[in-house]
Design a protein around this ligand. Sequence first.
Ligand code: PLP
Length: 364
Amino acid sequence: MSLCDQSLPYVLAISPYQAGKPITQLAREMGLPVEHIVKLASNENPLGMSPKAKAAMEKAIATLERYPDDFALKDALANHFGLGVERIVLGNGSNDVLDLIARVFLAPGRSAIFAQHAFAVYPLASLSAGAELIAVPARDYGHDLDAMLVAIRANTRLIWIANPNNPTGTFVPYTQLKVFMQAVPAEVVVVLDEAYNDYIPPTERTDTTSWLTEFPNLVITRTFSKIYGLAGLRIGYALTSAEIADLMNRVRQPFNCNNLALAAATAALDDHEFIARSYALNRAGLEQILAGLKRLGFSHIPSHGNFIAFKVGDAAALNQKLLKLGVIVRPLGGYGMAEWLRVTIGTEAENQRFLEALESSQAL
Ligand SMILES: *Cc1c(COP(=O)(O)O)cnc(C)c1O
């Protein structure tokens, strides 16, 4: 008898997460110099991290023999959002927080709802908890909130929503989202994943944290991995009711965020200059890549994030050609979008390299 037979059947049924190919791995595979490779595969910030975060981390190196103290970051977040610290849960990346929510509310015999083409961590977290997964067909590649309401069953405890969604870049208007929240039964938790919130034009942005008092079943998640440029440190958080935060903290590992991440995130939160620069670079880059895709004849999904999904036909073949040219993007086969690739917005030079590689791949 194999050890696998002894495992939980729902763990055995999970397909592992496929990360963007690391630069060093492609360098080894293709025999390319690392400097020649452009990675636009994981929605990372092409400007790196906030200089303030870097300085804070250098200082925090002196505290590494101590167990982490998360007070300063929680306090900074509480001030930033005007919320009590009892509503904040920190995570080792926001993926950690998503997992905590699943562990609190999901189990075999319960179900969770998510949208077709939505972020891969929702099925991972739901299935790891043994819950049944209800995938609701997308509308124009985005969340169909009406259909998601209809999909709610007596045993449904959780609904996952990414706004904007990764990998499609689609966005549900806040008015629709609020009507949806009002219609969801009070005993069903709604996770609103706003990892890309900072890329929405400020004039179009609604502060959903102001909804938390009206909806005690709402969990908003945010991350320092995207516009704050701290993906490698793994730090994110949830904002929710004090009751849900308390439950999540019961299953959280006591020291799930490390000293360097806590220090960097606290400093990054207030580096408005860096955020503004990252936002502006993304806007310009979106236009640059959209113009290029249009010129080369590719269709795309309008994106509200720092990436664009575009349709190429044989995505595996084109991806291989791009890799040979030292350009890493993300194939979306795992998302049920076999003919699509997703490119992250880079610096102007990186975007240019991507478009040139795309053009020469077409000619191959
Ligand atoms: C990148 C991303 C996150 C962030 O994950 P971290 O664990 O914080 O790095 C969360 N949700 C979505 C939809 C994402 O694309």
